[in-house]
Design a protein around this ligand. Structure first.
Ligand SMILES: *[C@@H]1O[C@H](CO)[C@@H](O)[C@H](O)[C@H]1NC(C)=O
Ligand SMILES: *[C@@H]1O[C@H](CO)[C@@H](O)[C@H](O)[C@H]1NC(C)=O
Ligand SMILES: *[C@@H]1O[C@H](CO)[C@@H](O)[C@H](O)[C@H]1NC(C)=O
Ligand SMILES: *[C@@H]1O[C@H](CO)[C@@H](O)[C@H](O)[C@H]1NC(C)=O
Ligand SMILES: *[C@@H]1O[C@H](CO)[C@@H](O)[C@H](O)[C@H]1NC(C)=O
Ligand SMILES: *[C@@H]1O[C@H](CO)[C@@H](O)[C@H](O)[C@H]1NC(C)=O
Ligand SMILES: *[C@@H]1O[C@H](CO)[C@@H](O)[C@H](O)[C@H]1NC(C)=O
Ligand SMILES: *[C@@H]1O[C@H](CO)[C@@H](O)[C@H](O)[C@H]1NC(C)=O
Ligand SMILES: *[C@@H]1O[C@H](CO)[C@@H](O)[C@H](O)[C@H]1NC(C)=O
Ligand SMILES: *[C@@H]1O[C@H](CO)[C@@H](O)[C@H](O)[C@H]1NC(C)=O
Length: 451
Protein backbone atom coordinates (compact mmCIF):
# COMPACT_ATOMS: atom_id res chain seq x y z
CA UNK A 1 0.00 0.00 0.00
CA UNK A 2 2.82 2.36 0.88
CA UNK A 3 4.18 2.00 -2.64
CA UNK A 4 0.91 2.83 -4.30
CA UNK A 5 -0.29 5.73 -2.18
CA UNK A 6 2.78 7.59 -1.00
CA UNK A 7 1.02 10.95 -0.63
CA UNK A 8 -1.90 9.58 1.29
CA UNK A 9 0.36 7.53 3.50
CA UNK A 10 2.28 10.59 4.57
CA UNK A 11 -0.92 12.34 5.45
CA UNK A 12 -2.35 9.41 7.29
CA UNK A 13 0.71 8.42 9.22
CA UNK A 14 -0.16 10.60 12.16
CA UNK A 15 -3.80 9.71 12.43
CA UNK A 16 -4.44 6.05 13.09
CA UNK A 17 -8.14 6.22 12.33
CA UNK A 18 -7.52 7.64 8.89
CA UNK A 19 -5.11 4.83 8.11
CA UNK A 20 -7.93 2.44 8.86
CA UNK A 21 -10.19 4.50 6.64
CA UNK A 22 -7.73 4.45 3.75
CA UNK A 23 -7.16 0.76 3.95
CA UNK A 24 -10.88 0.35 3.37
CA UNK A 25 -10.40 2.03 -0.01
CA UNK A 26 -7.92 -0.60 -1.11
CA UNK A 27 -9.17 -3.81 -2.66
CA UNK A 28 -8.97 -6.20 0.25
CA UNK A 29 -9.17 -9.92 0.64
CA UNK A 30 -12.32 -9.85 2.72
CA UNK A 31 -15.59 -9.50 0.90
CA UNK A 32 -16.78 -6.35 2.65
CA UNK A 33 -17.89 -3.68 0.21
CA UNK A 34 -18.56 -0.34 1.93
CA UNK A 35 -21.03 0.75 -0.76
CA UNK A 36 -23.06 -2.46 -0.50
CA UNK A 37 -22.38 -3.78 2.99
CA UNK A 38 -25.13 -6.41 2.89
CA UNK A 39 -24.53 -7.51 -0.70
CA UNK A 40 -24.63 -11.29 -1.05
CA UNK A 41 -26.08 -14.10 -3.11
CA UNK A 42 -28.30 -16.29 -0.94
CA UNK A 43 -29.00 -19.85 -2.05
CA UNK A 44 -32.12 -21.39 -0.56
CA UNK A 45 -33.04 -25.09 -0.69
CA UNK A 46 -36.68 -25.89 -0.02
CA UNK A 47 -37.44 -29.60 0.38
CA UNK A 48 -40.93 -29.75 -1.10
CA UNK A 49 -41.74 -33.43 -1.14
CA UNK A 50 -40.41 -36.78 0.11
CA UNK A 51 -39.87 -39.59 -2.43
CA UNK A 52 -39.30 -43.32 -1.77
CA UNK A 53 -35.53 -42.81 -1.54
CA UNK A 54 -35.07 -39.10 -1.03
CA UNK A 55 -36.70 -35.78 -1.75
CA UNK A 56 -37.57 -33.14 -4.34
CA UNK A 57 -36.17 -29.68 -3.63
CA UNK A 58 -36.49 -26.29 -5.26
CA UNK A 59 -33.17 -24.45 -5.16
CA UNK A 60 -33.25 -20.67 -5.61
CA UNK A 61 -30.43 -18.15 -5.99
CA UNK A 62 -31.23 -14.60 -4.86
CA UNK A 63 -28.78 -11.97 -6.03
CA UNK A 64 -29.12 -9.44 -3.20
CA UNK A 65 -26.20 -7.39 -4.48
CA UNK A 66 -27.29 -3.86 -5.35
CA UNK A 67 -25.06 -3.38 -8.38
CA UNK A 68 -23.18 -6.59 -9.16
CA UNK A 69 -24.81 -8.86 -11.70
CA UNK A 70 -23.86 -12.18 -13.28
CA UNK A 71 -23.69 -11.96 -17.03
CA UNK A 72 -23.42 -14.58 -19.75
CA UNK A 73 -22.20 -17.33 -19.77
CA UNK A 74 -23.81 -17.32 -16.33
CA UNK A 75 -23.55 -18.88 -12.88
CA UNK A 76 -22.39 -22.38 -11.95
CA UNK A 77 -23.41 -23.76 -8.57
CA UNK A 78 -21.50 -26.66 -7.05
CA UNK A 79 -21.62 -28.60 -3.79
CA UNK A 80 -20.41 -31.84 -2.23
CA UNK A 81 -23.01 -34.40 -1.09
CA UNK A 82 -22.83 -35.35 2.57
CA UNK A 83 -23.69 -39.03 1.95
CA UNK A 84 -24.09 -41.11 -1.23
CA UNK A 85 -26.81 -38.97 -2.77
CA UNK A 86 -27.47 -38.95 -6.51
CA UNK A 87 -29.62 -36.71 -8.69
CA UNK A 88 -32.44 -38.63 -10.39
CA UNK A 89 -33.75 -35.67 -12.39
CA UNK A 90 -33.64 -31.92 -12.74
CA UNK A 91 -35.96 -29.26 -14.15
CA UNK A 92 -34.93 -25.71 -14.96
CA UNK A 93 -31.25 -26.56 -14.65
CA UNK A 94 -28.78 -29.34 -15.39
CA UNK A 95 -25.64 -30.89 -13.97
CA UNK A 96 -22.69 -30.23 -16.26
CA UNK A 97 -21.36 -33.80 -15.91
CA UNK A 98 -23.23 -37.03 -15.34
CA UNK A 99 -20.30 -38.81 -13.70
CA UNK A 100 -20.07 -42.54 -13.14
CA UNK A 101 -23.58 -44.07 -13.03
CA UNK A 102 -22.39 -47.57 -14.01
CA UNK A 103 -23.89 -49.09 -10.84
CA UNK A 104 -27.40 -48.32 -12.09
CA UNK A 105 -29.11 -50.82 -14.37
CA UNK A 106 -32.62 -49.73 -15.32
CA UNK A 107 -33.21 -46.16 -14.19
CA UNK A 108 -30.16 -44.06 -15.02
CA UNK A 109 -29.73 -41.00 -12.79
CA UNK A 110 -29.15 -37.51 -14.18
CA UNK A 111 -25.93 -37.19 -12.18
CA UNK A 112 -23.94 -39.52 -9.90
CA UNK A 113 -21.08 -37.19 -9.02
CA UNK A 114 -20.16 -36.60 -5.40
CA UNK A 115 -19.52 -32.94 -6.29
CA UNK A 116 -22.10 -31.98 -8.94
CA UNK A 117 -21.99 -28.63 -10.68
CA UNK A 118 -25.27 -27.17 -11.93
CA UNK A 119 -25.92 -24.57 -14.60
CA UNK A 120 -29.08 -22.83 -15.74
CA UNK A 121 -30.85 -23.88 -18.95
CA UNK A 122 -30.90 -21.56 -21.93
CA UNK A 123 -33.81 -19.32 -22.92
CA UNK A 124 -36.13 -21.20 -25.27
CA UNK A 125 -36.02 -24.43 -23.24
CA UNK A 126 -39.20 -26.52 -23.81
CA UNK A 127 -41.94 -25.65 -21.32
CA UNK A 128 -42.00 -29.12 -19.77
CA UNK A 129 -38.39 -28.66 -18.65
CA UNK A 130 -38.91 -25.21 -17.15
CA UNK A 131 -39.88 -23.99 -13.71
CA UNK A 132 -40.54 -20.41 -12.56
CA UNK A 133 -37.40 -18.20 -12.63
CA UNK A 134 -35.36 -20.64 -14.69
CA UNK A 135 -33.82 -20.74 -18.08
CA UNK A 136 -32.13 -17.37 -18.46
CA UNK A 137 -28.76 -18.86 -19.37
CA UNK A 138 -27.44 -18.21 -15.88
CA UNK A 139 -27.81 -14.45 -16.08
CA UNK A 140 -28.80 -12.74 -12.81
CA UNK A 141 -29.48 -9.00 -12.78
CA UNK A 142 -28.41 -6.70 -9.96
CA UNK A 143 -31.02 -6.19 -7.23
CA UNK A 144 -31.24 -2.39 -7.58
CA UNK A 145 -31.47 -2.60 -11.37
CA UNK A 146 -34.06 -5.36 -11.84
CA UNK A 147 -35.08 -7.39 -8.75
CA UNK A 148 -37.51 -9.58 -10.74
CA UNK A 149 -34.70 -11.11 -12.80
CA UNK A 150 -32.26 -11.24 -9.88
CA UNK A 151 -33.66 -14.63 -8.81
CA UNK A 152 -32.97 -18.00 -10.43
CA UNK A 153 -34.47 -21.40 -9.53
CA UNK A 154 -34.17 -25.05 -10.48
CA UNK A 155 -35.76 -28.22 -9.16
CA UNK A 156 -33.76 -31.27 -8.20
CA UNK A 157 -34.95 -34.78 -7.37
CA UNK A 158 -32.43 -36.37 -5.00
CA UNK A 159 -32.08 -40.12 -4.39
CA UNK A 160 -30.19 -42.20 -1.84
CA UNK A 161 -30.83 -39.40 0.60
CA UNK A 162 -32.75 -39.33 3.85
CA UNK A 163 -36.53 -39.24 3.72
CA UNK A 164 -37.26 -37.38 6.94
CA UNK A 165 -36.03 -34.09 8.29
CA UNK A 166 -33.85 -36.07 10.72
CA UNK A 167 -32.07 -38.21 8.13
CA UNK A 168 -31.53 -35.70 5.33
CA UNK A 169 -28.01 -34.26 5.52
CA UNK A 170 -27.32 -30.84 4.09
CA UNK A 171 -24.74 -30.73 1.26
CA UNK A 172 -21.33 -29.26 2.04
CA UNK A 173 -18.76 -27.00 0.43
CA UNK A 174 -20.96 -24.87 -1.79
CA UNK A 175 -19.20 -23.06 -4.62
CA UNK A 176 -20.57 -20.36 -6.88
CA UNK A 177 -18.77 -19.40 -10.07
CA UNK A 178 -19.90 -16.41 -12.05
CA UNK A 179 -18.57 -18.12 -14.15
CA UNK A 180 -15.02 -17.38 -12.91
CA UNK A 181 -13.87 -17.14 -9.29
CA UNK A 182 -14.82 -14.31 -6.90
CA UNK A 183 -17.53 -15.77 -4.65
CA UNK A 184 -16.98 -17.54 -1.36
CA UNK A 185 -19.89 -19.47 0.14
CA UNK A 186 -20.52 -20.19 3.79
CA UNK A 187 -21.92 -23.43 5.22
CA UNK A 188 -25.56 -24.41 4.68
CA UNK A 189 -27.67 -23.45 7.69
CA UNK A 190 -31.01 -25.01 8.55
CA UNK A 191 -33.57 -22.21 8.78
CA UNK A 192 -37.30 -21.95 9.44
CA UNK A 193 -39.12 -23.76 6.58
CA UNK A 194 -40.23 -21.33 3.87
CA UNK A 195 -43.96 -20.51 3.81
CA UNK A 196 -45.67 -20.22 0.44
CA UNK A 197 -48.79 -18.05 0.31
CA UNK A 198 -51.45 -18.97 -2.24
CA UNK A 199 -52.17 -16.36 -4.93
CA UNK A 200 -55.41 -15.31 -3.25
CA UNK A 201 -53.57 -14.97 0.06
CA UNK A 202 -56.02 -17.27 1.87
CA UNK A 203 -53.83 -20.30 2.47
CA UNK A 204 -50.19 -20.96 3.16
CA UNK A 205 -48.20 -24.15 2.70
CA UNK A 206 -44.67 -24.77 3.81
CA UNK A 207 -41.51 -26.58 2.82
CA UNK A 208 -40.68 -29.76 4.76
CA UNK A 209 -37.22 -28.43 5.40
CA UNK A 210 -35.20 -25.39 4.29
CA UNK A 211 -31.54 -24.48 4.37
CA UNK A 212 -29.73 -21.32 3.30
CA UNK A 213 -26.23 -20.67 2.05
CA UNK A 214 -24.75 -17.16 1.73
CA UNK A 215 -22.08 -16.35 -0.84
CA UNK A 216 -20.17 -13.07 -0.92
CA UNK A 217 -18.00 -11.53 -3.59
CA UNK A 218 -14.47 -10.24 -3.37
CA UNK A 219 -12.76 -8.45 -6.24
CA UNK A 220 -9.46 -9.60 -4.78
CA UNK A 221 -10.39 -13.27 -5.16
CA UNK A 222 -11.92 -12.67 -8.58
CA UNK A 223 -8.83 -11.22 -10.19
CA UNK A 224 -5.82 -9.37 -8.99
CA UNK A 225 -5.85 -6.66 -11.63
CA UNK A 226 -8.59 -4.02 -11.88
CA UNK A 227 -10.91 -3.89 -14.88
CA UNK A 228 -11.60 -0.19 -15.22
CA UNK A 229 -10.10 3.22 -14.65
CA UNK A 230 -11.24 6.84 -14.43
CA UNK A 231 -10.04 9.86 -16.40
CA UNK A 232 -10.97 13.48 -15.67
CA UNK A 233 -11.29 16.83 -17.39
CA UNK A 234 -12.96 20.19 -16.85
CA UNK A 235 -14.00 23.32 -18.70
CA UNK A 236 -11.73 25.42 -16.47
CA UNK A 237 -8.46 23.65 -17.25
CA UNK A 238 -7.21 22.27 -20.57
CA UNK A 239 -5.47 19.35 -18.94
CA UNK A 240 -7.08 15.97 -19.47
CA UNK A 241 -6.03 13.75 -16.61
CA UNK A 242 -5.81 10.29 -18.13
CA UNK A 243 -6.15 7.00 -16.39
CA UNK A 244 -3.03 6.11 -14.43
CA UNK A 245 -0.52 4.24 -16.61
CA UNK A 246 -0.81 0.46 -16.30
CA UNK A 247 -4.04 0.75 -14.22
CA UNK A 248 -5.12 -2.69 -15.37
CA UNK A 249 -1.78 -4.14 -16.44
CA UNK A 250 1.11 -3.25 -18.69
CA UNK A 251 1.73 -3.74 -22.34
CA UNK A 252 4.32 -6.50 -22.48
CA UNK A 253 5.54 -7.54 -25.89
CA UNK A 254 8.29 -9.82 -24.68
CA UNK A 255 6.39 -12.10 -22.32
CA UNK A 256 2.88 -11.86 -23.71
CA UNK A 257 2.81 -10.70 -27.32
CA UNK A 258 -0.78 -10.03 -28.25
CA UNK A 259 -1.70 -8.94 -24.71
CA UNK A 260 -3.39 -6.09 -26.54
CA UNK A 261 -4.18 -5.17 -30.14
CA UNK A 262 -3.86 -1.90 -32.02
CA UNK A 263 -7.25 -0.58 -33.14
CA UNK A 264 -6.28 -0.39 -36.80
CA UNK A 265 -4.31 -3.63 -36.98
CA UNK A 266 -5.25 -6.20 -39.66
CA UNK A 267 -4.43 -8.78 -36.99
CA UNK A 268 -7.51 -7.55 -35.07
CA UNK A 269 -10.14 -9.20 -37.24
CA UNK A 270 -8.41 -12.56 -37.05
CA UNK A 271 -8.10 -12.60 -33.21
CA UNK A 272 -11.61 -11.27 -32.59
CA UNK A 273 -13.16 -13.89 -34.81
CA UNK A 274 -10.98 -16.76 -33.63
CA UNK A 275 -13.53 -19.16 -32.10
CA UNK A 276 -10.83 -21.10 -30.24
CA UNK A 277 -9.87 -18.18 -28.03
CA UNK A 278 -11.18 -18.23 -24.49
CA UNK A 279 -13.97 -15.70 -24.79
CA UNK A 280 -13.89 -14.81 -21.07
CA UNK A 281 -10.44 -13.23 -21.20
CA UNK A 282 -10.68 -9.63 -22.36
CA UNK A 283 -8.92 -8.70 -25.57
CA UNK A 284 -8.11 -5.03 -25.07
CA UNK A 285 -7.09 -2.28 -27.38
CA UNK A 286 -3.52 -1.13 -26.66
CA UNK A 287 -3.68 1.91 -24.36
CA UNK A 288 -1.45 3.27 -21.64
CA UNK A 289 -3.90 1.99 -18.99
CA UNK A 290 -4.74 -1.37 -20.65
CA UNK A 291 -8.21 -1.40 -19.06
CA UNK A 292 -11.24 -2.95 -20.77
CA UNK A 293 -13.35 -0.04 -19.48
CA UNK A 294 -12.62 3.66 -19.01
CA UNK A 295 -15.01 6.06 -17.29
CA UNK A 296 -14.46 9.72 -18.15
CA UNK A 297 -15.89 12.44 -15.88
CA UNK A 298 -15.95 15.88 -17.51
CA UNK A 299 -17.02 18.97 -15.59
CA UNK A 300 -18.76 20.64 -18.50
CA UNK A 301 -20.61 23.82 -17.61
CA UNK A 302 -20.98 26.17 -14.68
CA UNK A 303 -24.38 27.89 -14.39
CA UNK A 304 -25.52 30.30 -11.72
CA UNK A 305 -27.45 27.75 -9.70
CA UNK A 306 -26.46 24.51 -11.37
CA UNK A 307 -23.44 22.74 -12.77
CA UNK A 308 -23.23 20.04 -15.40
CA UNK A 309 -21.14 16.90 -15.74
CA UNK A 310 -20.75 14.61 -18.73
CA UNK A 311 -19.95 10.96 -18.11
CA UNK A 312 -18.62 8.77 -20.92
CA UNK A 313 -18.02 5.06 -20.51
CA UNK A 314 -15.74 3.60 -23.20
CA UNK A 315 -15.27 -0.07 -23.94
CA UNK A 316 -11.74 -1.08 -24.99
CA UNK A 317 -12.54 -4.79 -24.98
CA UNK A 318 -12.96 -6.37 -28.40
CA UNK A 319 -14.48 -9.52 -26.93
CA UNK A 320 -17.34 -8.18 -24.87
CA UNK A 321 -20.64 -6.42 -25.40
CA UNK A 322 -21.52 -5.38 -21.84
CA UNK A 323 -25.25 -6.00 -21.52
CA UNK A 324 -27.06 -4.40 -18.58
CA UNK A 325 -23.88 -2.64 -17.49
CA UNK A 326 -24.00 -0.39 -14.47
CA UNK A 327 -21.94 2.31 -12.88
CA UNK A 328 -21.76 3.39 -9.26
CA UNK A 329 -20.39 6.84 -8.56
CA UNK A 330 -19.87 8.64 -5.30
CA UNK A 331 -19.96 12.41 -5.11
CA UNK A 332 -21.32 14.61 -2.30
CA UNK A 333 -23.61 16.48 -4.67
CA UNK A 334 -25.64 13.41 -5.65
CA UNK A 335 -28.16 14.34 -2.97
CA UNK A 336 -29.00 17.32 -5.17
CA UNK A 337 -28.97 15.64 -8.57
CA UNK A 338 -31.60 17.49 -10.57
CA UNK A 339 -31.65 15.81 -13.97
CA UNK A 340 -29.90 12.89 -15.60
CA UNK A 341 -30.35 12.90 -19.33
CA UNK A 342 -29.83 9.43 -20.74
CA UNK A 343 -29.10 6.90 -18.00
CA UNK A 344 -31.34 5.41 -15.35
CA UNK A 345 -30.55 6.57 -11.84
CA UNK A 346 -31.10 5.18 -8.39
CA UNK A 347 -29.76 6.55 -5.15
CA UNK A 348 -27.93 4.00 -2.99
CA UNK A 349 -27.80 4.87 0.68
CA UNK A 350 -25.92 2.08 2.38
CA UNK A 351 -25.83 3.99 5.66
CA UNK A 352 -29.12 5.84 5.38
CA UNK A 353 -27.76 9.27 6.26
CA UNK A 354 -25.16 9.99 3.58
CA UNK A 355 -26.91 10.36 0.25
CA UNK A 356 -23.87 10.60 -1.98
CA UNK A 357 -23.84 7.36 -3.93
CA UNK A 358 -25.65 6.85 -7.22
CA UNK A 359 -26.16 3.84 -9.35
CA UNK A 360 -26.44 4.61 -13.08
CA UNK A 361 -27.33 2.21 -15.86
CA UNK A 362 -28.46 2.22 -19.46
CA UNK A 363 -31.97 2.79 -20.77
CA UNK A 364 -33.46 -0.36 -22.24
CA UNK A 365 -33.02 -0.65 -26.03
CA UNK A 366 -31.25 2.73 -26.09
CA UNK A 367 -27.91 2.38 -24.34
CA UNK A 368 -28.19 -0.65 -22.05
CA UNK A 369 -25.78 -2.50 -24.33
CA UNK A 370 -22.22 -1.17 -24.29
CA UNK A 371 -20.85 -2.41 -27.60
CA UNK A 372 -17.38 -3.86 -28.16
CA UNK A 373 -14.38 -1.58 -28.68
CA UNK A 374 -14.68 0.58 -31.74
CA UNK A 375 -16.71 3.54 -32.96
CA UNK A 376 -19.89 2.39 -31.15
CA UNK A 377 -18.11 1.22 -28.03
CA UNK A 378 -19.24 3.95 -25.69
CA UNK A 379 -22.27 5.28 -23.82
CA UNK A 380 -22.68 8.75 -22.38
CA UNK A 381 -24.96 10.93 -20.36
CA UNK A 382 -25.03 14.36 -18.76
CA UNK A 383 -25.94 15.11 -15.18
CA UNK A 384 -27.25 18.38 -13.81
CA UNK A 385 -26.57 19.14 -10.15
CA UNK A 386 -28.08 21.95 -8.10
CA UNK A 387 -25.47 23.96 -6.27
CA UNK A 388 -25.62 24.26 -2.54
CA UNK A 389 -23.65 27.49 -1.89
CA UNK A 390 -22.25 26.30 1.41
CA UNK A 391 -20.55 23.24 -0.08
CA UNK A 392 -20.17 23.86 -3.81
CA UNK A 393 -16.71 24.69 -5.16
CA UNK A 394 -14.57 23.98 -8.21
CA UNK A 395 -11.50 24.08 -6.02
CA UNK A 396 -9.62 21.20 -4.52
CA UNK A 397 -11.00 18.68 -7.00
CA UNK A 398 -14.39 18.81 -5.27
CA UNK A 399 -16.24 18.49 -8.60
CA UNK A 400 -14.75 15.05 -9.30
CA UNK A 401 -16.07 11.71 -8.08
CA UNK A 402 -14.64 10.13 -4.96
CA UNK A 403 -15.07 6.59 -6.17
CA UNK A 404 -16.39 4.85 -9.30
CA UNK A 405 -17.39 1.23 -9.87
CA UNK A 406 -18.18 -0.42 -13.19
CA UNK A 407 -20.26 -3.62 -12.96
CA UNK A 408 -19.35 -3.80 -9.29
CA UNK A 409 -15.59 -3.56 -9.73
CA UNK A 410 -13.71 -0.65 -8.21
CA UNK A 411 -12.14 1.58 -10.90
CA UNK A 412 -8.61 2.96 -10.57
CA UNK A 413 -8.69 6.74 -9.98
CA UNK A 414 -5.93 9.20 -10.85
CA UNK A 415 -3.97 10.32 -7.78
CA UNK A 416 -5.64 13.36 -6.16
CA UNK A 417 -2.63 15.62 -6.73
CA UNK A 418 -3.02 15.15 -10.50
CA UNK A 419 -6.64 16.44 -10.64
CA UNK A 420 -7.18 19.44 -12.92
CA UNK A 421 -7.05 22.56 -10.76
CA UNK A 422 -8.55 25.93 -11.07
CA UNK A 423 -6.08 28.47 -12.42
CA UNK A 424 -4.34 30.19 -9.44
CA UNK A 425 -4.80 27.29 -7.05
CA UNK A 426 -1.53 25.94 -5.73
CA UNK A 427 -1.05 22.24 -6.41
CA UNK A 428 0.22 21.33 -2.91
CA UNK A 429 -2.66 23.04 -1.28
CA UNK A 430 -5.32 21.61 -3.55
CA UNK A 431 -3.92 18.11 -3.35
CA UNK A 432 -3.66 18.00 0.41
CA UNK A 433 -7.04 19.66 0.90
CA UNK A 434 -8.67 17.07 -1.32
CA UNK A 435 -6.88 14.28 0.50
CA UNK A 436 -8.18 15.62 3.75
CA UNK A 437 -11.75 15.74 2.53
CA UNK A 438 -11.51 12.24 1.06
CA UNK A 439 -9.97 11.00 4.30
CA UNK A 440 -12.65 12.60 6.46
CA UNK A 441 -15.35 11.19 4.26
CA UNK A 442 -13.78 7.73 4.33
CA UNK A 443 -13.38 7.83 8.10
CA UNK A 444 -17.02 8.82 8.45
CA UNK A 445 -18.24 5.95 6.32
CA UNK A 446 -16.14 3.48 8.29
CA UNK A 447 -17.52 4.85 11.54
CA UNK A 448 -21.04 4.57 10.20
CA UNK A 449 -20.38 1.06 8.89
CA UNK A 450 -19.18 -0.07 12.28
CA UNK A 451 -21.94 1.73 14.16
C1 LIG B 1 -27.84 -11.18 2.51
O1 LIG B 1 -28.55 -10.10 1.94
C2 LIG B 1 -29.84 -9.91 2.49
C3 LIG B 1 -30.49 -8.79 1.71
O2 LIG B 1 -29.68 -7.65 1.68
C4 LIG B 1 -29.72 -9.57 3.96
O3 LIG B 1 -31.01 -9.42 4.53
C5 LIG B 1 -28.99 -10.70 4.67
O4 LIG B 1 -28.77 -10.36 6.01
C6 LIG B 1 -27.65 -10.95 4.00
N1 LIG B 1 -27.05 -12.13 4.61
C7 LIG B 1 -25.84 -12.09 5.13
C8 LIG B 1 -25.36 -13.35 5.76
O5 LIG B 1 -25.13 -11.09 5.08
C1 LIG C 1 -38.50 -32.05 11.92
O1 LIG C 1 -39.87 -32.29 12.05
C2 LIG C 1 -40.32 -32.26 13.38
C3 LIG C 1 -41.80 -32.69 13.41
O2 LIG C 1 -42.48 -32.13 12.32
C4 LIG C 1 -40.14 -30.85 13.93
O3 LIG C 1 -40.58 -30.78 15.26
C5 LIG C 1 -38.65 -30.50 13.86
O4 LIG C 1 -38.45 -29.17 14.26
C6 LIG C 1 -38.14 -30.67 12.43
N1 LIG C 1 -36.70 -30.50 12.44
C7 LIG C 1 -36.08 -29.77 11.52
C8 LIG C 1 -34.58 -29.76 11.62
O5 LIG C 1 -36.68 -29.17 10.65
C1 LIG D 1 -14.67 -29.00 1.93
O1 LIG D 1 -13.76 -27.91 1.94
C2 LIG D 1 -12.77 -27.99 2.95
C3 LIG D 1 -11.97 -26.72 2.94
O2 LIG D 1 -11.80 -26.25 1.65
C4 LIG D 1 -11.89 -29.22 2.69
O3 LIG D 1 -10.93 -29.34 3.71
C5 LIG D 1 -12.78 -30.46 2.68
O4 LIG D 1 -12.01 -31.58 2.36
C6 LIG D 1 -13.92 -30.31 1.68
N1 LIG D 1 -14.81 -31.42 1.85
C7 LIG D 1 -15.17 -32.21 0.87
C8 LIG D 1 -16.07 -33.33 1.22
O5 LIG D 1 -14.76 -32.02 -0.28
C1 LIG E 1 -33.09 -17.77 3.82
O1 LIG E 1 -33.12 -17.21 2.52
C2 LIG E 1 -34.38 -16.68 2.13
C3 LIG E 1 -34.23 -16.22 0.70
O2 LIG E 1 -33.26 -15.26 0.60
C4 LIG E 1 -34.79 -15.56 3.06
O3 LIG E 1 -36.08 -15.10 2.71
C5 LIG E 1 -34.79 -16.08 4.48
O4 LIG E 1 -35.05 -14.99 5.34
C6 LIG E 1 -33.44 -16.67 4.81
N1 LIG E 1 -33.49 -17.21 6.17
C7 LIG E 1 -32.60 -16.84 7.07
C8 LIG E 1 -32.80 -17.39 8.46
O5 LIG E 1 -31.68 -16.09 6.83
C1 LIG F 1 7.23 -7.94 -18.93
O1 LIG F 1 7.33 -9.21 -18.32
C2 LIG F 1 8.60 -9.44 -17.68
C3 LIG F 1 8.62 -10.87 -17.18
O2 LIG F 1 7.42 -11.21 -16.56
C4 LIG F 1 8.79 -8.44 -16.57
O3 LIG F 1 10.05 -8.63 -15.95
C5 LIG F 1 8.70 -7.03 -17.15
O4 LIG F 1 8.78 -6.08 -16.09
C6 LIG F 1 7.39 -6.83 -17.88
N1 LIG F 1 7.37 -5.52 -18.52
C7 LIG F 1 6.33 -4.68 -18.40
C8 LIG F 1 6.47 -3.40 -19.14
O5 LIG F 1 5.35 -4.97 -17.73
C1 LIG G 1 5.11 -3.44 -28.46
O1 LIG G 1 5.22 -3.66 -29.84
C2 LIG G 1 4.72 -2.61 -30.65
C3 LIG G 1 4.78 -3.02 -32.10
O2 LIG G 1 5.60 -4.12 -32.28
C4 LIG G 1 5.53 -1.35 -30.36
O3 LIG G 1 5.02 -0.28 -31.12
C5 LIG G 1 5.40 -1.02 -28.88
O4 LIG G 1 6.19 0.10 -28.55
C6 LIG G 1 5.85 -2.19 -28.04
N1 LIG G 1 5.56 -1.91 -26.62
C7 LIG G 1 6.42 -2.19 -25.66
C8 LIG G 1 5.96 -1.85 -24.28
O5 LIG G 1 7.50 -2.67 -25.86
C1 LIG H 1 -21.81 -7.63 -30.01
O1 LIG H 1 -23.09 -7.35 -30.51
C2 LIG H 1 -23.12 -7.20 -31.93
C3 LIG H 1 -24.52 -6.76 -32.33
O2 LIG H 1 -25.48 -7.48 -31.62
C4 LIG H 1 -22.71 -8.51 -32.58
O3 LIG H 1 -22.69 -8.36 -33.97
C5 LIG H 1 -21.32 -8.89 -32.08
O4 LIG H 1 -20.95 -10.16 -32.60
C6 LIG H 1 -21.27 -8.95 -30.57
N1 LIG H 1 -19.90 -9.14 -30.14
C7 LIG H 1 -19.55 -10.00 -29.19
C8 LIG H 1 -18.10 -10.08 -28.87
O5 LIG H 1 -20.37 -10.67 -28.57
C1 LIG I 1 -31.32 10.92 -1.98
O1 LIG I 1 -31.42 11.71 -3.14
C2 LIG I 1 -32.41 11.29 -4.05
C3 LIG I 1 -32.33 12.16 -5.28
O2 LIG I 1 -32.27 13.49 -4.97
C4 LIG I 1 -33.79 11.39 -3.38
O3 LIG I 1 -34.78 10.92 -4.26
C5 LIG I 1 -33.76 10.53 -2.13
O4 LIG I 1 -34.98 10.69 -1.44
C6 LIG I 1 -32.61 10.95 -1.23
N1 LIG I 1 -32.55 10.05 -0.10
C7 LIG I 1 -32.24 10.44 1.11
C8 LIG I 1 -32.16 9.39 2.14
O5 LIG I 1 -32.04 11.61 1.38
C1 LIG J 1 -28.51 19.67 -1.15
O1 LIG J 1 -29.61 20.54 -0.96
C2 LIG J 1 -30.06 20.60 0.37
C3 LIG J 1 -31.28 21.50 0.39
O2 LIG J 1 -31.04 22.64 -0.37
C4 LIG J 1 -28.94 21.13 1.27
O3 LIG J 1 -29.37 21.13 2.63
C5 LIG J 1 -27.71 20.23 1.13
O4 LIG J 1 -26.64 20.75 1.87
C6 LIG J 1 -27.31 20.12 -0.32
N1 LIG J 1 -26.19 19.19 -0.42
C7 LIG J 1 -25.05 19.48 -1.06
C8 LIG J 1 -23.96 18.47 -1.00
O5 LIG J 1 -24.89 20.52 -1.66
C1 LIG K 1 -4.52 22.47 -14.87
O1 LIG K 1 -4.30 21.40 -13.96
C2 LIG K 1 -3.00 20.82 -14.03
C3 LIG K 1 -2.96 19.70 -13.03
O2 LIG K 1 -3.70 18.62 -13.47
C4 LIG K 1 -1.94 21.86 -13.76
O3 LIG K 1 -0.67 21.27 -13.93
C5 LIG K 1 -2.12 23.05 -14.69
O4 LIG K 1 -1.21 24.06 -14.33
C6 LIG K 1 -3.54 23.59 -14.60
N1 LIG K 1 -3.71 24.65 -15.57
C7 LIG K 1 -3.96 25.90 -15.21
C8 LIG K 1 -4.15 26.87 -16.32
O5 LIG K 1 -4.08 26.20 -14.05
Amino acid sequence: MAGRRPASMRLCASVALLVVAFSSLEPSSDAYDPLDPNGNITIKWDVMQWTPDGYVAVVSLYNYQQYRHIQAPGWKLGWVWAKKEIIWAMTGGQATEQGDCSKFKSNIPHCCKKDPEVVDLLPGTPYNMQIANCCRGGVLTAWAQDPVNAVASFQVSVGQAGTTNKTVKVPKNFTLKAPGPGYTCGPAKLVKPTKFISPDGRRSTQAHMTWNVTCTYSQFIAQRSPTCCVSLSSFYNDTIVSCPTCSCGCQNNSTAPGSCVEGNSPYLASVVNDPNKNSLAPLVQCTSHMCPIRVHWHVKVNYKEYWRVKITVTNFNYRMNYSQWNLVAQHPNFDNLTTIFSFNYKSLNPYGVINDTAMLWGIKYYNDLLMTAGPDGNVQSELLFRKEPSTFTFQKGWAFPRRVYFNGDNCVMPPPDAYPWLPNASPRQSASALLTSVAVWAALSVLLANA
